[in-house]
Ligand binder design. Structure first.
Ligand SMILES: O=C(O)CCC(=O)C(=O)O
Length: 222
């Protein structure tokens, strides 16, 4: 059984929860179709499940999206990006990233095809697709768990294109964080009870540090 305070790889290897874990997909060989034309084919054969304990899991897939570079160009060029605002003390401020969201009937064809690929693979319906554009290390998402209809049974798939930058997770009750360096067609899927027990964020990065480049995430939410 998985230790609820730590991470157990699907192969059964136990990870020390006292130390931050780093999953950096630069360690994996890029798939041959990563630099080709944008394709809605997802190479699910590269996905490895990480059991997080208490019914939470992450599917981690390095370089699963065909034509990640072309996807980045196409998404940044063609989507109707907008800024959102949120209250902060006595002011209203812009959230530090560009966003766009679609329900099924309004999703552009390429995103709709990706949506279908995830529905076929996971055998369930997804509710929406949205994208975030992190234009520099100054853009970010603060620690949070996603608002979903059932936090004990949700699947959020995140495909990242553009430069690799950190995506962090930590237990809601406190504990060390785990860092995934994702971009370039990498996949993270947060599933099961993940939203009930874990938070995630995309931190700000100093301009000179590794991971401060532009990245777009495609989030398919179930
Ligand atoms: O863009 C990402 O990688 C994560 C975004 C996120 O957590 C969110 O928009 O709720």
């Amino acid at each position: 059984m998985a230790d609820p305070s730590g991470i157990v790889r699907s192969g059964g290897k136990k990870v020390d929860p006292a130390n931050e874990r780093v999953f950096d997909t630069r360690m994996h060989q890029a798939s041959l179709f990563a630099t080709g034309p944008a394709s809605a084919e997802v190479d699910f054969g590269r996905v490895e499940r990480l059991e997080m304990g208490a019914g939470a899991w992450i599917d981690h897939g390095p370089h699963v999206l065909g034509g990640a570079d072309a996807w980045f160009d196409e998404l940044t060029r063609s989507l109707p990006w907008r800024t959102a605002q949120r209250p902060m003390y006595d002011r209203v401020v812009d959230v530090p990233r560009l966003i766009v969201d679609f329900k099924r009937h309004a999703a552009p064809a390429d995103l709709a095809r990706l949506w279908s690929a995830f529905e076929n693979f996971y055998g369930r319906s997804f509710r929406s697709v949205g994208c975030n554009w992190y234009r520099s290390g100054r853009d970010s998402v603060a620690w949070h768990a996603d608002r979903v209809p059932d936090p004990n049974d949700a699947i959020i798939a995140i495909l990242a294109v553009g430069e690799r930058r950190p995506f962090l997770i930590r237990p809601i009750g406190g504990g060390p964080s785990t860092r995934f360096m994702v971009g370039d067609g990498d996949l993270l899927v947060l599933g099961g009870t993940f939203q009930a027990h874990w938070q995630h964020c995309v931190p700000k990065i100093a301009p000179s540090a590794r991971g401060a480049g532009e990245r777009v995430s495609i989030m398919i939410r179930g």
